[in-house]
Unconditional design. Sequence first.
Length: 126
Amino acid sequence: MITLEDIRTWVKQKSVDPQIESELLFAIACVGSSLNPEAVSKKGAQGLFQFMPITQQDLRERFAYPFNPFCSVCSTIAASIYLAWLFSRFPNDINLVQSPGTGATETQGTSSRGRNQNCRKKQRTS
């Protein structure tokens, strides 16, 4: 299972400005995929951070960062790059900065909304 410490380690692999807090990334992954790097939503969002294909294309073209959304390390770095860019574009309005993907994810017949309680427990123990 992916932990907050894993995300802290992966975020350090790529420096972005502004620096994105690991706790924010962990929370986004909890809500988006319930920390499941193989999650796929009904709408087509993929991986730990639920990247939509259009966002993957934007990361590839705008930031020269092609990545596999199902790779936890690559996806974490991509999320930090994209969120840093969003924070730089909308510095005074956190409401305009959204996670790379949204919506409930279905994996193994269970909605991610039902599993987010487990993420909160894991975060407290990390």
